[in-house]
Design a protein around this ligand. Sequence first.
Ligand SMILES: [Zn+2]
Ligand SMILES: [Zn+2]
Length: 419
Amino acid sequence: MESERPACLCHECGTLHGVRRLPSGVTARCRTCGTPLYRQRKDTAVRALALTVAALILFAVAHTFPFLTFSMEGNATTATILGSAFALYREGVWPLAAVVFAMASLFPLLKLMANLYTLLPAAMGRAAPGTHRMFATAARLRSWAMTEVYLLGVLVAYVKLSELATLTVGPALWAFGVLIVCMAAADNVLDPRAVWWRLGPQNRLGALLATRQPLAACHVCDQVVPLPAAVHDARCPRCGAMLHHRKPDALARTWALCLAAAILYIPANVLPVMTVTSFGRGESDTILSGVVTLIEAGMWPVAALVFFASITVPVLKLIGLFYLLLSVQLGWHARPRERTQLYRIIEQVGRWSMIDIFMIAILAVLVDLGEIARIEPGTGALAFAGVVILTMLASASFEPRLIWDNERKRHGKRRPAAA
Ligand SMILES: [Zn+2]
Ligand SMILES: [Zn+2]
């Protein structure tokens, strides 16, 4: 029966769907905007648990052993992951040290622990106290845990240094590589719906439609609940997250964050991101001059990667967000589906701009040979990290459903029909 199906509300456009059984591995997409809605996964809790445990072991190995050893003129320095954050702290740029520590170590660890706490009892058909909050935390940390971006930063640093000195790869780097594969596989086999539905049943389509109330979806656990338009402080009955029809003050917030990022983008590009001192001679590099140095050294692929991640992505992201903001505010009707797609891309690519910051952290810890050679982070790096974080917050605070509200106003539909 159609009305007996569990309900699902698209987060990007607000269309109501009934959840169908799908073959394993198939993804259901929203019929209005094309956003992926849900997938079916076999034995999801057990498989995700096994991969999470493996990832935790690899995390411990990656944080215990040396990562890279740098030898030059008879001197050697060894880097560990925590050491790269500590090197920034020692250089006096503690906000940058905190960012690298949080994104490369703390957030991935918290995400793994929160998943373990949820999945271990879930695999046995139970729920530990506070599971709702823990699982919600793991979901929120998803875009801020940047292990794979960190690894790419390490590779860029490796290529940059390999011409100057001898580099030896330590066991931690191999463990870190496999850790990323395990974390990605765990995310891939995990079907969060299956876990949430075990913690509390999903509301049914028929019952929801019978209430004749506007519907809202929980952004954490995807529960669909009737929510009168005038209510502003309701919480999700299943996970306790705040419920709202549209993110509060989404446009003002996104504008403010985008403008702040655009202003900070100027010092991020004008000020040096790092200074290389060798035998008493210092040379400062901005993001762009760093790319030019790579090109001059013939390292084209890495130069292209750094240029794309550090210069193209932040600019395109800001232009894209400004375009979306204007399109909503001026009530444009053209291409809502493509605009939703643009929003999805902006949300996903933003984190990759952190490559340069991680690379600088690794260079700072490795190239620390006193008079012979030193690399110190510059103020530009701090501004650049600010740009990346602000644009990530801006895309998270934007409300894609506003794109479709314009569309609905035009067609005079108050609530989209059920699938
Ligand atoms: Zn949709
Ligand atoms: Zn919820």
